[in-house]
Design a protein. Sequence first.
Length: 124
Amino acid sequence: MVRSVVILLIGLCWSVCACAFDIHHWVAQSLIMPEEAAMQDVQSQRLGYLGIRVNDKADSRVEIPGIDDAKQLPVRAINEGWCEFTRIEDYPAVLERARHYAARYNQVMAKHLDQQVARVLYEQ
């Protein structure tokens, strides 16, 4: 019985450590070139903004860096798929990099959407 509890605790600690390692690997691989990512999403008609899910003690909310008004567009959280043991608030450098990435992505997306609206108004 004691042996199985120890094995379970080691497995749990390993999954938490592996999750922290995966965050840093994910940041290094995924949070690069926000302008290109935004343009690829525009070309594939995947319009919307990027947000960051922040788990406060009271509730969970999504920050939308760089955008004051989301204009009724969908918001995808960058960190939505992370394992449940990982909170982005526990990694300040990752949170700051994610905010910078999302803000730049959202600026490019907003610029494209403004151009698209202007084009529609011009054609009328």
